[in-house]
Design a protein around this ligand. Structure first.
Ligand SMILES: Cc1cc2nc3c(=O)[nH]c(=O)nc-3n(C[C@H](O)[C@H](O)[C@H](O)COP(=O)(O)O)c2cc1C
Length: 718
């Protein structure tokens, strides 16, 4: 259905775009410079009678161009545009251009005559339904009808603009589709017929012959109310003037000027006139432009809609179970709407299968009983305003209906985004429902993954591995398209510094977009588990700050590389740890090699006031970073730099100790909605967060959680 309607709607939209130019190109012709409100019928007739032998008809079109059909003094019949004040011919009639003729036919009937007209009307109605259901979907995703016009969070370009344009063009599209349906119904004579007749108002009461230009009625009616005047065909008294006005038709006696009969416009006439105007934009450049933009919007909806569907299909069509549900020991259930959560669930599924585990994977809505299941892993996203995703609506109900056969250990991973007030709310609900169920036992606390962050996910994965003592790894290419693997060349390597740290400058062979804060994933030879390093982007290259661990396979491999060496890696976007756009002030906190991504953020900074806090062992530890810091301080891209050394004196000073001294600065900073980025060891992150928590509680009387919820605290710690 989607494809067939898309084809028809595509044709209608493209031809609609062409046709929108017709009224515009007509309107810009210079034939309507006289204000018709100032000219009466009598005036125009007077001048026409002087100029021509006979007048056949006079009409005013939608562009307010006055057209006269006359017999000229040399006996020829002619039609042209006139100046209604002087009767002069001012231009030839505009012939319909071939392109508009062609587009009109295709638009109206696809060159298929009645069948085509029917199809076009039918699909016009379809588009109306699509628009209405689209709004219902927006409401569902935004968390209710009252939120349809609230701020949209930009998750994905297609999805974002689908909603933005959806809001702007909803009303014009509804108008276009409904008027389209009306016009089709009219063509098939399905609108109520106009049976009304001329009502006789007067019969001739006087024999006095007046000059046409002396008729009171013609003196009183201005041209802006007139659509057409047909002049009497002969001098027979039974031949009248037929005057079609905007709101009625009248017959006027050709000798006395009396109104003989009139016919008021019916509702059906009015409807079809308005349908024609609203559907074609005739006579209005503004409305033609609205129609034009709406056609472009429809094209965009078709393209973005298909693109989203295909992407989702690709992500969700991948559940390939090799055993039946009742044989499985591990059950993986997914709650996902746009499909990204599937990638993670599938990666875990494959990892467990490699461990020769009996695993069954399914969507949350298919929850049922599982004869041999002892472990349940749930991965679920959250939608709307903390609601279940599309394939998980029924889960909580089904959980009550199906009593598990065995006792089951479970772990829930919530996928969500801190951009939404109800971060991972549905996962929280699932966790709570399982927790109070007597047959389910939690093996791990609820884990939340922000914006599909691989780093967040790995934290859960590491705990799962430790808990089950599994030697499993995730095939990253499942999560990050393996095509993205790229060759990387070493262009610079620093000497090994005092704490076995070093800097590595790398060049990408392919032109891949990345930012400071993104991750590079490197899998050493003969190894399966990839290692992640945070990237700094300096002079378009990658700068890594690495600590060589004594038995570290990857860090040793990287340390042994020399200039010009190549190796393979993938770049992973880590949106959660990008430098905030348009920020006035930012605080960066790091220890050890955690300073890495910050070197890139600082190097690129132009307008933001950055305060950097860094903790290391000794002054010597700073040596490899110092040139970058000094340059930035001098250039002004770094505002202040505070250090903490843990092995310089007897009293150990850590970065969190220095932060404490700046408590007032930090509290003001957070209060003003600014962002803090933290990078380095997990132990440091914990201690820093304790200090920030203290500052929030003591000086701001709130919890640090509030700032985390608002995405003011971004972390990348390992
Ligand atoms: C319209 C919309 C509403 C969302 N609402 C929430 C929400 O209330 N809470 C939350 O944590 N995440 C919310 N998210 C973020 C998604 O849960 C998150 O992007 C998730 O990773 C998507 O996974 P999926 O691709 O498997 O559906 C929302 C996303 C969209 C597009």
């Amino acid at each position: 259905m989607a494809i067939s309607s898309a084809i028809f709607i595509l044709i209608a939209a493209i031809t609609g775009i062409i046709l929108a130019f017709e009224p515009i190109s007509n309107q810009i012709k210079p034939y309507n410079y006289i204000d018709l409100e100032t000219v009466s019928i009598a005036e125009t007739i007077t001048v026409l009678q002087n100029e021509y032998d006979e007048i056949v008809s006079l009409s005013i079109d939608e562009n307010s161009f006055v057209k006269a059909s006359v017999i000229t003094k040399d006996g020829k019949s002619a039609s042209f545009y006139i100046n209604p004040k002087t009767g002069e011919k001012i231009g030839e009639l505009i012939p319909k251009k071939t392109i508009f003729e062609f587009a009109t036919n295709l638009h109206r009937s696809l060159f298929l005559k009645s069948t085509g007209r029917f199809l076009v009307g039918f699909f016009s109605f379809f588009l109306f339904l699509i628009a209405i259901t689209g709004v219902i979907l927006i409401a569902k995703r935004q968390g209710g009808f009252s939120k349809v016009f609230t701020k949209i969070i930009k998750e994905e370009v297609n999805q974002y603009y689908h909603i933005v344009f959806g809001r702007w063009f909803l009303i014009p599209i509804i108008i276009i589709t409904l008027t389209g349906v009306c016009l089709s119904l009219e063509k098939f004579s399905l609108l109520p017929k106009d049976y009304s007749k001329h009502k006789t108002l007067n019969t001739k009461t006087t024999t006095q012959k007046l000059k046409t230009t002396d008729f009171e009625i013609f003196k009183n009616i201005k041209l802006n109310q007139v659509e057409k005047i047909e002049f009497p065909f002969s001098t027979d008294e039974e031949d009248f003037f037929f005057v079609k006005l905007v709101n009625k038709e009248i017959a006027v006696h050709q000798f006395t000027g009396q109104i003989i009969s009139e016919k008021k416009q019916t509702l059906v006439n009015l409807l079809s006139n308005y349908s024609l105007f609203l559907h074609t934009g005739r006579g209005s450049i503004f409305w033609s432009l609205v129609l034009l933009l709406s056609c472009f919007a429809i094209l965009f909806f078709i393209i973005s809609g298909f693109s989203m569907t295909l992407k989702r299909r690709k992500k969700t069509d991948t559940l390939n179970n090799i055993i039946m549900k009742d044989e499985a020991e591990f059950i993986i259930l997914i709650g996902s709407e746009t499909g990204s959560t599937f990638k993670y669930a599938n990666a875990i599924y494959k990892a467990l299968i490699e461990q020769k585990k009996k695993v069954f994977i399914d969507e949350l809505d298919n929850y049922t009983s599982y004869k041999k299941a002892t472990n349940l892993l749930i991965f679920t996203a959250t939608y709307g305003d903390g609601d279940a995703p599309a394939n998980a609506n029924l889960f909580l109900k089904k959980l009550k209906e199906h009593q598990p056969i065995n006792n089951i250990n479970f772990s829930v991973v919530g996928f969500g985004s801190t951009n939404y007030p109800e971060f991972c709310k549905f996962a929280i609900l699932v966790q709570a429902n399982l927790q109070i169920h007597e047959n389910f036992t939690p093996i791990l606390p609820l884990f939340k993954v922000n914006n599909q962050s691989f780093v967040d996910f790995e934290k859960w994965f590491t705990q799962l591995k430790n808990l089950y003592k599994f030697d499993i790894y995730i095939d990253e290419s499942q999560i990050f398209n393996s095509k993205e693997k790229t060759i990387i060349k070493v262009i610079e390597k620093s000497d090994l510094n005092i704490d076995d740290t070093f800097l590595l400058k790398l060049k990408l062979k392919k032109n891949i977009k990345f930012n400071s804060g993104d991750l590079i994933s490197i899998t050493p030879k003969n190894e399966k588990t990839p290692r992640l390093y945070s990237i700094a982007k300096v002079d378009k290259h990658i700068l890594l700050s690495i600590k060589k661990h004594k038995f570290g396979v990857c860090s040793t491999f990287l340390q042994q590389l020399s200039k010009e060496n190549n190796f393979e890696a993938t770049i992973q976007e880590n949106k959660n740890f990008h430098f905030p756009k348009k920020a006035k002030e930012v605080i960066l906190i790091a220890n050890g090699t955690g300073i890495g991504p910050f070197l890139g953020m600082i190097a690129k900074n132009k307008k933001t006031k950055i305060s950097l806090f860094w903790g290391g062992r000794t002054k010597e530890s700073l040596k490899i970073y110092k040139p970058h810091i000094d340059k930035a301080l001098k250039k002004g891209s770094l505002n202040s730099f505070e250090t903490a050394f843990s092995r310089e004196s007897d009293s150990k000073i850590y970065v969190q100790n220095v932060l404490k001294k700046y408590n007032h600065f930090i509290s003001e900073f957070l209060k003003n909605g600014n962002t803090i980025l933290i990078c380095g060891s997990l132990a440091m992150q914990k201690d820093v967060e304790l200090v920030l928590q203290e500052i929030s509680e003591e000086l701001l009387e709130t919890s640090l959680e509030e700032f985390k919820q608002k995405n003011q605290i971004k972390t990348d710690c390992y």
